[in-house]
Design a protein around this ligand. Structure first.
Ligand SMILES: [Zn+2]
Ligand SMILES: [Zn+2]
Length: 418
């Protein structure tokens, strides 16, 4: 039997992991610069947390969750996203007593049983953040700024910000009635999902992937034209803040999130580059979610970003980085005694934080040199009887071929200065 990765999963190999690490570190650094701190939540939670927190009419919950019964008879689900777990933690750990806003970011794997397509995985990675307790548009502008700064630090360009407001339960009630009256004569001609949405969640008919291109959807009344005064003021406040900061945006009335606890601001960052068009990051406000999950009524807002999608974009834009050389020097040895000395030197170098290698495979001297060259290790030192006697070695810079005599005990100092 030959074992292979399961459909929808992948190995991230040592040859490519550095770009993941760079993205992860950059995201953490940017979040820290805004006062967000990392939270790590469990990979699985009880199933009804997601039914409640993500919404039991969503595709994610109805079609895509990895749910199973554990040996104790509990219904367990692998997290399909990050927000529900963070909200659960916020409530369970009493974070509502902390000074607001409570700001947290995360870097997780998530699991969805999705149809396979390019760049789609069933185990995938998300960066995201959540902010609790701030209800004004300042925090909306802040989390959008986090994404904007992150993309800049990653060297990404041409990623457009689309914003919309989906109002609050007050203004949405009126609008939903209007929308149903509008769609009623056409519902039979729409897809099966939309026919179900018409009763349960008509707002979602606006962003239907099947019917979205049809005039009937394009000409539908837009929620943004029916906002109540408070929601209108909030949206104007966000626009003014983005303009003041200098982040450009377009208003896209077709971004919707059709669950009651999503309120007001929704946004997406969309690539405009040929070949990689599509949403890289989506987020919005969920002032009703903490209350829905039986926590104290608390406004909240967050976003999630697909890391696979992000790295595809970085690759397409040519901003992926070269793999760094963690190993700075190779210590080759010409005799058994020299090898023992090389081991001692390597131990000292590693304690000084300098990456180094010496032969572990019983290679001949010639084969050691070949190995070091192939690995692209930037410095080389060869230890034989002469070096052991004199206590001095020539450290060779492989890039320009120059050699510098250095004391055996001074290699670390030399490398630290180069
Ligand atoms: Zn409203
Ligand atoms: Zn449809």
């Amino acid at each position: 039997m030959r074992y292979v990765t399961q459909k929808g999963t992948k190995d991230i190999l040592p040859s490519e992991i550095h770009n993941w690490q760079i993205a992860e570190q950059t995201f953490a650094d940017v979040c820290h610069s805004f006062g967000y701190e990392e939270i790590r939540i469990p990979t699985f939670e009880q199933t009804d947390l997601f039914q409640r927190g993500v919404g039991d009419t969503t595709d994610v919950v109805t079609k895509e969750m990895y749910t199973f019964e554990d040996k104790g008879g509990r219904s367990i689900t692998l997290r399909p996203e990050g927000t529900a777990g963070v909200v659960r933690s916020y409530i369970e750990k009493g974070m509502s007593s902390l000074p607001v806003p409570v700001r947290m970011f995360y870097n997780i794997t998530a699991f969805r049983y999705e149809k396979m397509a390019k760049g789609r995985f069933r185990e995938f990675h998300q960066f995201g953040l959540e902010a609790f307790g701030a209800k004004g548009p300042d925090i909306d502008a802040e989390i959008i700024s986090v994404v904007d700064v992150f993309f800049r630090k990653m060297g990404l360009q041409n990623i457009a910000l689309h914003i919309n407001s989906i109002g609050c339960p007050n203004c949405r009630g009126e609008y939903t009635k209007l929308l149903k009256d509008y769609f009623r004569p056409h519902v039979a001609s729409m897809c099966e999902d939309c026919q179900a949405r018409f009763e349960k969640n008509p707002l979602r008919m606006i962003d239907c992937k099947v019917d979205g291109g049809k005039d009937i959807v394009k000409n539908a009344p837009r929620l943004i034209d029916y906002l109540c005064d408070d929601c209108k003021e909030h949206f104007e406040g966000l626009k003014a803040r983005l303009e003041a900061i200098g982040i450009s945006y377009t208003i896209d009335p077709n971004i919707v999130r059709g669950l009651d606890y999503y309120t007001r601001t929704v946004f997406e960052f969309v690539s405009e580059n040929v070949g990689t068009q599509g949403t890289i990051c989506g987020g919005g406000r969920y002032d009703g979610l903490v209350g829905t999950m039986e926590g104290p009524e608390t406004p909240g807002i967050g976003f999630a970003m697909g890391v696979e999608r992000l790295l595809l974009e970085a690759e397409a834009q040519g901003v992926l980085k070269e793999k760094p050389s963690y190993v700075k020097i190779y210590i080759a040895s010409m005799s058994e005694a020299a090898k023992i000395e090389a081991l001692k030197i390597c131990y000292a170098l590693r304690n000084a934080g300098i990456g180094c290698e010496t032969d572990m495979a019983g290679r001949s001297f010639k084969a050691q040199m070949k190995y070091a060259g192939k690995q692209g290790i930037p410095y080389l030192a060869v230890i034989g009887d002469d070096e052991l006697n004199s206590g001095e070695v020539k450290v060779k810079n492989m890039a320009d071929g120059s050699e510098t005599p250095v004391k055996l005990s001074g290699i670390g100092e030399f490398l630290a200065g180069n």
